[in-house]
Write a protein that binds this ligand. Structure first.
Ligand code: T4K
Length: 376
């Protein structure tokens, strides 16, 4: 089946962009202020606006989530071993290596594809200092069990919440769990500032330490107290974030509609498994992963190619597992035998296109390819 000529490529995601004309007044203001970065007025406004929208106490904006993860580990003085998931984007574990920390990979839960708390507990050694779980695809981890393990073993918890913008669980933001949470505002995310990220923390003292670490460790003109990085968000990125925030609820509703259309359309397709829907939680519909099981007529990779031939650029997030990359595969915890659930998920997953401007007819087109039905 080939894509009709008028159908442009359908990517796994497209950035949500408000009308260009609405951004011009923000640019004019930046030109007028001549304040381009280093905690400028739009930066401060975005921090306040996000605290309110997300329902969190403190937020520290960053250039991207990778630098935010690296800084979060530094802020809590994490060393030794950190337990994390192999089923994520490679930035999660790279942040550990950048700090000289040894990643210890634990397997994931077969239903949520998030770190399995029982496997976290089993991976603890005297060198373990922290846990770095990922709210994969924006689905909340088992935060209560992870906190109990952390409390029992005196460990810190840093959530890689790159996918979890706006997600709530038990009536509160999922970002309020753990010691720190890190968001990504990359172009491919639910809320984007072109590039960007943030650390969420719960007290002012920690915010001050993080703000200091993202500004070279500078305290004042003559005092540098740590080997901090340059992780600051510029005024252009912050201004774009403020504009984008105005339309975010509408964009999330459009994602929700697409999620529902996929679920209904895939219900009867043998061999295609969708992850459970959000139930009582407030999700953000960041991704739409499906698992291609053996009773589907094609292999996962054959379906990816078939979609691509039709102009649909679905992605295999997260294949390969992080543990298959050369800088990790020699670690004992990276062995496939330690990670059977993650290994299976990575061999079955396809993330289907989901973004606010994806039209219902485009969703139906993707569904027809998967169902093996001829074009309408
Ligand atoms: N932790 C987790 C769990 C993460 O998933 C990520 C990032 C991070 C940490 C680190 O966050 P940041 O440091 O990036 O803030 C993408 C993103 O680059 C990456 O941010 C994201 N996770 C990861 C899951 O996906 P790629 O290599 O797949 O991106 P790329 O360039 O192939 O883009 C995917 C599709 O998106 C394209 O086919 C088309 C569309 N696209 C992309 C861009 C950049 C656009 O339409 N416009 C664009 O500007 O990694």
């Amino acid at each position: 089946m080939t894509a009709p000529h008028e159908i442009p490529p359908i990517y796994v995601t497209r950035p949500y962009l408000p009308p260009l004309a609405e951004f011009i007044p923000y640019l004019e203001k930046i030109w007028e202020n001549r304040w381009l970065t280093n905690n400028g007025p739009f930066h401060q406004q975005l921090e306040s606006a996000l605290c309110e929208y997300l329902g969190v106490k403190h937020i520290c904006l960053f250039t991207n989530a990778t630098l935010a993860l690296i800084t979060a580990l530094q802020a809590l003085r994490i060393s030794g071993e950190v337990i994390t998931t192999p089923y994520s984007f490679v930035a999660t574990s790279h942040s550990l290596l950048w700090n000289g920390i040894r990643p210890v990979f634990a397997d994931i839960d077969p239903v949520t594809l998030n770190l399995d708390p029982a496997r976290i507990e089993a991976a603890i050694t005297p060198q373990t200092t922290a846990i770095m779980p990922v709210h994969c695809y924006g689905h909340p981890c088992d935060v209560a069990r992870i906190q109990k393990i952390a409390d029992d073993h005196n460990l810190k918890v840093i959530y890689d919440a790159a996918h979890a913008f706006g997600v709530q669980s038990g009536g509160v933001s999922v970002l309020n769990h753990g010691d720190l949470s890190v968001l990504s505002f990359h172009a491919t995310k639910v809320f984007n500032t072109f590039e960007g990220g943030a650390i969420i923390c719960h007290d002012l003292k920690t915010k001050q330490r993080i703000d200091n670490l993202k500004n070279f460790g500078i305290v004042d003109e003559v005092t540098v107290v740590a080997s901090g990085i340059n992780g600051k968000m510029s005024e252009i990125n912050a201004a774009f974030g403020l504009l984008q925030l105005k339309g975010i609820d509408g964009a999330r509703q459009q994602r929700k509609d697409i999620d529902a259309r996929y679920r209904a359309g895939l219900q009867a397709v043998a061999g295609i498994h969708c992850l459970p829907d959000a139930g009582e939680q407030v999700p953000n519909y960041a991704y739409f992963p499906i698992l291609v099981r053996p009773d589907y007529p094609l292999s996962r990779d054959a379906l990816v190619l078939k979609l691509r031939d039709c102009g649909v650029y679905a992605r295999r997030y997260f294949h390969p597992l992080i543990t298959e990359f050369p800088m990790y595969r020699g670690l004992p915890s990276a062995a496939q035998s330690n990670l059977p659930v993650a290994t299976k998920a990575a061999s079955e997953v396809i993330c289907l296109p989901i973004y606010p401007t994806l039209a219902p007819e485009q969703v139906d087109f993707v569904l027809r390819i998967i169902a093996g039905r001829p074009a309408a």
